[in-house]
Design a protein. Structure first.
Length: 162
């Protein structure tokens, strides 16, 4: 995943609001130029995470899943958060080039769901967030949030560490 050492951290949440609050703490630390990959099953809490991330970064925009539109943008002060969902794309095509042009831009934060088709253009250092429903839990209940990131991005999770 990363060329350098990887830090792994896990947090268990028991409600969507907790997922949103953790994401808001991360959003408050965004500087621009970050890429965040969200990994989960359908209905796993990815949009809830982006809602919190966006709010924490200072956006008042309405956040919704880009499943049918592929991408959405949210203004957060001087930052623009690009939220991509490649679930419906068997091949990224031109979207891969658009993503590659945005990566590393100083005023842009990129969040990608279902990233398999664009993984080739990912930078070597990004934050991966896995949202997994815990066994025996229902859709509105317990999830394991797993964060993997290089030391360079540890500032994103400083306020989240327990």
């Amino acid at each position: 995943m990363f060329m350098s050492q990887t830090i792994n951290q896990q947090i268990t949440v028991t409600a969507p609001l907790q997922t949103e609050e953790i994401a808001a703490k991360i959003g408050a630390q965004l500087k621009g130029g970050e890429l965040i990959e969200l990994v989960s099953d359908l209905g796993g809490g990815k949009t809830t995470f982006v809602r919190g991330l966006s709010r924490g970064a200072g956006s008042a925009d309405h956040v919704s899943s880009p499943t049918f539109t592929i991408s959405k943008q949210y203004q957060a002060g001087p930052l623009t958060i690009y939220h991509f969902d490649f679930y419906r794309l068997p091949d990224a095509g031109l979207m891969e080039h658009e993503l590659a042009e945005l990566i590393g831009q100083p005023k842009i934060v990129i969040v990608v769901e279902w990233a398999d088709v664009v993984q080739a253009v990912f930078p070597t250092q990004y934050l991966q967030v896995k949202l997994e429903l815990l066994p025996g839990a229902d859709q509105e209940s317990s999830r394991q949030l797993s964060f993997s990131y290089p030391p360079k991005l540890s500032y994103l999770l400083e306020s989240v560490k327990k």
